[in-house]
Structure formats: C-alpha cells, structure tokens
Design a protein around this ligand. Structure first.
Ligand code: AMP
Ligand code: ZN
Length: 114
C-alpha cells in the first residue's frame, strides 16, 4: 500500500507525533484535533476500513481496541471517560482509507452521535 498516508506514517516516511507503538498497532496525535486529547490508533496491517476486518487476525483486531484503552489510560482519561470512534466509508465521512480509531477525550463531548 505504497500510496497510503497512514502506511507511510507507520513506516516513518511521513512524520507524526507518536504516542504508542507495539507489534500490531501505532498511535499518534491527530493533526487536526477535535478535543484536548485526539489520538489516532491504526492497525499496522493495512486494511481500508471496518468492512474489511475479516482480513485482520483476531489478535490484530483486538490489539486496536487494547491500544485505544492503553492510550486513553496513559492520557488520564479513565476518570472522566472518552470516546472511541471509527468511521467506515462515505456516509461516515472516512477520509483516510486505512482503518483507524479516534480516541477522543479531555472535555465533555457532545451527547449527539451524528
Ligand atoms: P477519518 O475522517 O475518520 O478518516 O479520520 C482521518 C483523520 O486523520 C482526521 O481526523 C485527520 O485530521 C487525520 N489526519 C490526516 N492527515 C494526518 C496526518 N498527516 N497526521 C495526523 N493525522 C492526520
Ligand atoms: Zn495503509
């Protein structure tokens, strides 16, 4: 996936503000934060979106959520809570076609989901 922005970030070809990395996931600050904490957690294995999760192993998929929880805890979000968001496809306005999870917190978030 030579053309993929997040694959390039994972490979270090495009700079990012890394928060956490392990065998299966990479986490970094969103370039356009929507909350005081806005970190993106990406699978190191490229798949375009949640509709393709069958292409990930259970370990790779679970690692994404584990990393979200780990990042949230490290950012001090456990006390007041946080939101994990995954956009899949056009109606969800997904802009980067490499599966990723937004970890959002650090303030009271909207009670609206959409
Ligand atoms: P989505 O709209 O769910 O596909 O989310 C893509 C996210 O990637 C957006 O929140 C963007 O602000 C973020 N983003 C785009 N380019 C970069 C970048 N180079 N570094 C960090 N975050 C980025
Ligand atoms: Zn990719």
């Amino acid at each position: 996936m030579n053309d993929c922005l997040f694959c390039k970030i994972i490979a270090g070809e495009i700079p990012s503000k890394k928060v956490y990395e392990d065998e299966n996931t990479y986490a970094f600050w969103d370039i356009n934060p929507q909350a005081p904490v806005h970190v993106l957690v990406v699978s190191k294995q490229h798949i375009p979106d949640a509709a393709h999760v069958e292409e990930l192993t259970d370990t790779q998929l679970a690692a994404c959520i584990r990393t979200c929880a780990k990042v949230a805890a490290e950012m001090g979000l456990n006390e007041n809570g946080y939101r994990i968001v995954n956009n899949c496809g056009e109606h969800a306005c997904q802009s980067v076609k490499h599966i990723h999870f937004h970890v959002l917190g650090g303030k009271q978030l909207s009670d609206r989901m959409v």
